[in-house]
Each structure stands twice: as C-alpha cells, then as structure tokens.
Design a protein around this ligand. Sequence first.
Ligand code: DAT
Ligand code: MG
Length: 152
Amino acid sequence: MTKERTFALVKPDGVQRGLIGEVLSRFERKGLKVVAMKLLVVTEDLAKSYYSEHIGKAFFEPLIRYITSGPSVAMVLEGDEAVAVVRKMMGKTSPIEADPGTIRGDFGLHIGRNIIHGSDSLTSAEREMSLFFSSDEIVDFERTDEQWLYGE
Ligand code: DAT
Ligand code: MG
C-alpha cells in the first residue's frame, strides 16, 4: 500500500450550494481519512500563490475572483494512493465532460464553477497542504475501520 496525503478544497460554489456534506461523505465512505479540515475565506494573496501555475492565462483573474468570493472548506485526505483517488472522484476539470458518478459530473455545469479542487500530484499536494495548514493542524490518527479497508 502507498499511503498518501492529498489536499482538497470545496470551493465557494460548493459551500453556497450546500454540498460540503455530500462531498465529505463521498470521501469518507470511500475510506479516505480526513486528517485536517477548516472553513475559511481564501484571501487574494493565498489565491494567487495557490493558483500561481495559472498566472497569465485568460481565466486567471475570474478564477481568483471565484475562489475568494466566499467561504471554502479545505481538507487533507489520507489513504492508499489518495492523490489519484481524489482526482478520479472529482472528475474532469469541466463538469460538462466529467463522468456521471464523479463530483463535478454529478453537481456541476460550468468549468468556472466546478465545486472542488484536488491536488494533481504528490508535489502539489505538499505545496497546497502547507499553504492552507500548519503542520500541527494535520493530525495523525487511526480510523477503526482501517483493518477492514486494507486487510492484512
Ligand atoms: P483542475 O482544477 O482540474 O486541477 P486546472 O488546474 O487546470 O484544473 O485549473 C484550475 C481551475 O481553473 C479549474 O478548476 C477551473 C479553472 N479553469 C481551468 N481551465 C479553465 C478554462 N479553460 N476556463 C475557465 N476556467 C478554467
Ligand atoms: Mg489543478
């Protein structure tokens, strides 16, 4: 097993549309462990570092306005291959193209309002986790169902 930690964010549209519980519930039922979580309004400075890879693209300014437009819920999820698992559960960037059964495929209609973010690699995960959480806000613990999730 390759235990990983990844970063996910329920974006302001997900919070306003009452989807925090739905999203969290999917991750929990999958077996991913929530090891850090907070509700916050992403500031412009944080948004710009978080999305620095997109500086200069046409959608950058609207993206910054969107992500800072209201509260988001940030979390760190842990589990076997968590980075890839979360990306799969989110679906493609555009909710129009995202498969039914994925979060974006089930709840979105527009690329500029796609409900959730998830890190795309372990390197991004490390970077994003440290932008949103201090190390003492990420908690090591065992979930009692782990032996049933992973076997021997
Ligand atoms: P993802 O969120 O799937 O990792 P990304 O990192 O390429 O996608 O882009 C970050 C966010 O920027 C994405 O969730 C929504 C927005 N975005 C990306 N491409 C876009 C586009 N062509 N038009 C409008 N918004 C876009
Ligand atoms: Mg991305």
